[in-house]
Ligand binder design. Sequence first.
Ligand code: HEM
Length: 434
Amino acid sequence: MTSAAVSGVSRSLRGATGSGVTWAAAIAPKDMVFYSFMKPWLGDGLLLSAGDKWGRHRRMLTPAFHFNILKPYVKIFNGTANVMHAKWKRLVSEGSNHLDMFEHISLMTLDSLQKCVFGFDSNCQEKPSEYIAAILELSALVAKRHQQILLHTDFLYYLTPDGQRFRRACRLVHNFTDAVIQERRRTLPDQGVDDFLEAKAKTKTLDFIDVLLLTKDEDGKRLSDEDIRAEADTFMFEGHDTTASGLSWVLYNLAKHPEYQERCRQEVQELLRDREPQEIEWDDMTQLPFLTMCIKESLRLHPSVTVISRCCSQDIVLPDGRVIPKGVTCLISIFGTHHNPSVWPDPEVYNPFRFDPENIKERSPLAFIPFSAGPRNCIGQTFAMTEMKVVLALTLLRFRVLPGEEEPRRKPELILRAEGGLWLRVEPLSAAPR
Ligand code: HEM
């Protein structure tokens, strides 16, 4: 890194696409200082890879997020939300209705991911799971290392107890993923790909790991075991904390705005009227417009990923003629873009009507970038939005959510957290869960 420029994010992003120039992945690759601590864990998965490898993998993985694959996951999201809600009801009946949303929801999103990625049920919301504990530990250790400048060099870091913990947790996570890959490989050649797909289609769920095993590039080449592991581990990491942050903050915002909370609840009740069991389905995703507006406004005010960075490998000319010189690292503040008062009047006010279809027409699509933008945007955004809608809808159907005792303080780490957790009160509503 030769120099760092904190450039007005919106300016650089808007400039890049506004003039029809693609914010090409090749010209502005990710700045690895930002992510390098995760390399031993996530390897060359999509989040961290670059160049041709990234392009090839992105093309190969895009079908994994096709709605045909995602559709059956809705059942999984309903199931993991049910487990969490049953736990909340039990805790409330034992006298604790004051809950740290991050703690509960992260476990739930990890539970969902482990089922969607590996087809594996670890029961992690009810009993400790070594694998899930290792992922939580890895995420916490990476965030902690960012704060300790002396430990940024690998040599020193791996001499410390934290560095050794990081190594151990990495090993455990890799062993789990490797074991699933080997087990799947054993079943694949016997059955042949077509038989396998047919059998899977009958059970209606194709795990991500199956898609990774089956996908081929333009030359008919498949991914290596190492590549598959990196991609699966990347989904587990990138998919859990981000979605948990999004859900925790939307519950916070709705706790602070009971009028919007009630309106969402009515929308869900209306949708599920006369339906038994009360389960959210794929086709419902477009039937919850107000709830969707509430999620989007929350992602604006509290974006899970607050900043991303890019390194300019060539001079980049902005539409007004100014140049970002080659070698400069740009920090792109998603949080700053979402709080820009010239685009978002009263930016600190939570107002879901900003996302009313009538109100979005005049706004640049780059004013709202919780999932980033351009070719390196979030590949999992539909997965994430679907999970958030299912879980939020069921939560509001079954619980009233109220603010905690203290106002949370935002704490940007790898994702946007709250200092000491995000504590809210939950009150079960009479009719649920069934
Ligand atoms: C609310 C939830 C989520 C948010 C806000 C979010 C946000 C983001 C952002 C901002 C990026 C760009 C990162 C960068 O440029 O450095 C990204 C990339 C990525 N996300 Fe997400 N994400 C979410 C959920 C998910 C889920 C559920 C998955 C997978 C199951 C996922 C997988 C990925 C991957 C693989 C990348 C790297 C894509 C690439 O570089 O080609 N994300 N995400």
